[in-house]
Write a new protein. Sequence first.
Length: 85
Amino acid sequence: MREFTYQIKDQEGIHARPAGQLVKLAQGFASDVTIRRGERSVSAKKLFALMGMGIKQDEVVTVTVSGADEEAALTALETFFREQL
């Protein structure tokens, strides 16, 4: 299991467009990908669950990756967060 934390910089937070891209990216890996904010966590492979989190600008999330391809998934997700969110 690997994880990283990230403070959302996008002024709209995790809104529809990047959420859809994030889900598509996460679904491309066999590993489980979870996004946690505070006490609540959801699968990054489920769009409505992710959108339901209502993650806003400046909030900190923790992304956890666990599975066979977790190293590749973690690298791709960290890059996505830095470039898109």
